[in-house]
Design a protein around this ligand. Structure first.
Ligand code: ADP
Length: 271
């Protein structure tokens, strides 16, 4: 797939070379998957982490590109925040998690993870591009991109410059049928990036006494919405303390999480 395939203005474009960025020639990545959300705080990084760990558990070679430059939570979620990425012969070498997942995030390059990134959009976009061109990812089956929330400049850069195979949208129930989620879905569609489906995170809580599922927000019109947006619901994840602490979440055998992850992995393998 070339960068032009996902460009909304490709029909009238006279300067195709300008948009092209070459990937590092030492990188051979089979599928790039973007995990997106309409807003921050809905669990996009948590779901990115769960997908990466689940794929790795099945034996795939997996990387995570943390494109959420101003809110990079992947190093903490993946238990590598005490490590630094270093330069190598073929580019910057990602940090490897205990499970063997390659990770690149701005927080793995800076001295103080609590210092905010006070950069203008073009600098942030340039950094994300470098995570693609200047990082030695090597051979990967899947590179999962933790996208910046929303439909802004950096999200546009990622979609325009990185050949994305498909996108997974993460939402919470009260946002589920909203115009904000629709904006994300429509942005990906405009960029010719297939939507692989939606994950509803913090979908319900489970009563500790009787195990009953309690939905705080009813998914009104969800069926209609999914039909209208032409997207599939890949699964629901509960709001629970173990997922709030996904960095220590090794029990991917939890039937609910495993069910959703198996659906996602199956979808990734066939699309
Ligand atoms: P985003 O990447 O969309 O900003 P995060 O994955 O960083 O969101 O999650 C935001 C916060 O919500 C984090 O503190 C995370 O631990 C918590 N969280 C995410 N998913 C769940 C869940 N299913 N249950 C409980 N807490 C969750």
């Amino acid at each position: 797939m070339s960068n032009c395939d996902s460009c909304p203005t490709k029909e009238n474009c006279n300067s195709k070379e300008e948009c092209m960025i070459e990937n590092n020639p030492n990188n051979h990545i089979k599928k790039v998957i973007a995990v997106m959300s309409g807003k921050g705080g809905v669990g996009k990084s948590t779901v990115t982490t769960l997908i990466a760990k689940s794929l790795r558990k099945k034996g795939y070679r997996v990387g995570i590109l943390d494109a959420d430059i101003t809110g990079p939570s992947i190093p903490r979620l993946m238990n590598v925040s005490d490590q630094k990425a270093l330069g190598g012969e073929f580019g910057v070498i990602p940090v490897q998690s205990p499970e063997g997942i390659d990770i690149m995030s701005l927080n793995l390059l800076v001295d103080d993870e609590e210092r905010p990134v006070i950069w203008r959009g073009p600098i942030i976009s340039g950094t994300v591009k470098q995570f693609w061109t200047d990082v030695f990812w090597g051979e990967l089956d899947y590179l999962i991109i933790d996208m910046p929330p929303g439909t802004g400049d950096v999200a546009l850069t990622v979609m325009q410059f990185i050949p994305i195979h498909g996108a997974i949208v993460v939402s919470t129930p009260h946002e589920m049928v909203s115009m904000i989620v629709a904006k994300s879905i429509n942005m990906a569609k405009t960029m010719n990036i297939p939507i692989l489906g939606i994950v509803e995170n913090m979908s319900y809580i489970t009563c500790p006494d009787c195990n009953k599922k309690i939905k705080l927000f009813e998914d009104q019109d969800l069926e209609n919405y999914l039909h209208r947006m032409d997207v599939e619901l890949l699964g629901e994840l509960p709001m629970c303390p173990s997922l709030a602490n996904a960095s220590h979440y090794d029990d991917l055998n939890d039937p609910v999480v495993k069910g959703t992850m198996d659906t996602i992995i199956h979808t990734l393998s066939i699309k």
